[in-house]
Design a protein around this ligand. Structure first.
Ligand code: FAD
Length: 452
């Protein structure tokens, strides 16, 4: 049955998943004066997805690709907007460090973004870092790009502030209501069936994080949930790890690529390793039940901390598990459904999406209402992996094809499964061994090659 537009079960847009991206999307849609329903399967907030753990890094000189910088400029503006509206501090400036060998993507990518966009920055050696920020003990020959506009967001509070602001503007948001299925209606809208009810809308936005592929099976090999573990260790020198004198960091060292934070929320230095033990699987089991943090999870984080942050390697305060949702090239997928243009979706994780939630909310709201966005999101189009081109990118040229070797191609495109990576797909080739990685130094082998 189709409801009339003034019916209580009819909405302009239904947002599926009210986590990091969904909460910002509900806000941005409500801000446009539209009737929005946000449906969240679990609690608001919860600790079983990708947006918990007290802190998320935000930085502007982006080593993953300079094209993110314009989005980041808007993301910062919008984080300040929600802070002002909520009258709450959500973005804490600490400065940030992107460190590694001179030709590592972490350092050289950040440096390229900083110089291309004339962003304020300094280059420090390992020893200079220790002099300036005594919590750090990196090798002298490492280089770090320090950017003062780096810092961290507080994701649980950001989500709550977005949900509150959206509801103040008339949004309806339901926790503990899982979407079971959706289908197009004869009038060009969407019918959504949940564990509690059935609703209708002109458009749908899917922001289901690690569960995206469950709702859109064509994403199965392209948005792959992966278990991550975080540790908070009590420093012996707490004064070295305060937000005022310990910048957040990303670094690449022989042990892998790690990231960390000063003390905030939990009385401990926080650290995590990208791709941790590379455990992928069903998002319903990956971080719950038997997958609670284990001694071997803790050990890898403690060993790294003892070596490079020796004054932080005190007693364990907290361990937590969380999920990345990885794409083959590490860039987001943001697009319209290939056959239903009234449905758009965002899979912006691969371990670096949270900082964009504010601007992605704005982009998803534009897609929901207008079927278009003024932002250039072509880096994120799904047809780079062989998914049929959506209406959004039809007539906009052909996407550079990215290799997804090791995954089956859901659309049987030989080129996507076996073709060489081109353009921004360079990382895909390095991760999946398209060149002889055994000959490369560690920082070029760890899936963090430059993308350009
Ligand atoms: C350990 C870790 C560290 C990270 N560090 C950083 C960082 O420092 N900086 C940074 O920018 N990014 C970081 N990221 C990435 C960032 O946190 C993610 O990009 C972001 O949280 C993803 O948000 P999301 O909305 O896609 O997913 P989520 O916040 O998980 O939201 C998805 C929601 O959809 C709901 N859902 C799923 N299926 C359904 C359904 N059928 N019906 C209704 N609801 C449904 C889920 O319950 C969930 O609440 C990190 C990620 C992790 C895991």
């Amino acid at each position: 049955m189709n409801y009339p537009r003034n019916h209580s079960k009819y909405f302009n847009t239904i947002v599926i998943g009210v986590g990091g991206m969904g909460s910002a999307t509900c806000y941005a849609i409500a801000k446009r004066g539209k009737r929005v329903l946000g449906l969240e399967a679990l609690d608001i907030p919860h600790t079983s997805g990708s947006s918990h753990g007290h802190t998320r890094i935000i930085r502007m000189a982006y080593y993953e690709h300079p094209s993110y910088v314009m989005l980041l400029k808007r993301a910062y503006e919008l984080w300040h907007e929600i802070e002002n509206r909520a009258d709450e501090k959500l973005l804490h400036y600490t400065g940030s460090i992107d460190a590694g060998p001179a030709d590592s993507a972490v350092f050289s990518g950040a440096f390229q973004s900083a110089t291309q966009y004339e962003l304020e920055h300094e280059v420090l050696t390992g020893s200079e870092m220790t002099q300036r920020f005594p919590g750090y003990h990196f090798p002298h020959d490492m280089l770090a790009l320090y950017q003062p506009q780096g810092g961290f967001l507080v994701p649980e509070r950001c989500g709550i502030c977005y949900v509150n602001a959206a509801m103040d503007m008339g949004a309806e948001i339901h926790g503990r209501e899982r979407v079971l299925e959706y289908a197009p209606t004869s009038s060009g809208g969407v019918r959504v069936r949940t564990t509690r009810d059935e609703y209708f809308a002109d458009s749908v936005v899917i922001t289901a994080g690690a569960w995206d592929a469950g709702l859109m099976p064509f994403l199965k090999p392209l948005a792959v949930p992966e278990r991550q573990v975080l540790a908070w260790f009590r420093p012996s020198r707490t004064e070295y790890f305060q937000p005022g004198n310990f910048p957040v960091f990303n670094c690449i060292l022989p042990e892998g690529r790690f990231y960390g934070f000063p003390q905030h929320g939990i009385p401990g230095f926080k650290i995590g390793k990208y791709h941790h033990f590379q455990e992928t699987g069903d998002p319903n089991n990956l971080i719950r039940g038997n997958n609670e943090p284990r001694p071997d999870d803790e050990q890898v984080l403690r060993d790294f901390t003892s070596r490079y942050f020796p004054d932080a390697a005190g007693p364990t305060m907290t361990l937590a598990a969380c999920m990345f949702t990885n794409t083959p090239d590490g860039h987001f997928i943001i697009d319209q459904h290939p056959t239903m243009p009234q449905i758009s979706y965002a899979s912006p994780c691969s371990g670096h999406g949270y900082k964009f939630a504010s601007v992605l909310g704005e982009i998803m709201a534009e897609l929901a209402e207008l079927g278009a966005t003024r932002w250039d999101i072509s880096l994120f189009r799904a047809d780079r992996f062989g998914v049929p081109t959506s209406a959004l990118f039809r007539n906009k040229g052909v996407a550079p094809r990215v290799a997804i070797t090791g995954h089956h191609d859901p659309f049987g495109n030989k080129g996507a499964a076996n073709g060489a990576a081109t353009g921004h797909g360079a990382r895909g080739s390095s991760e999946h061994g398209a060149h002889d990685a055994s000959q490369s130094p560690h920082w070029l082998r760890d899936g963090v090659k430059s993308f350009w």
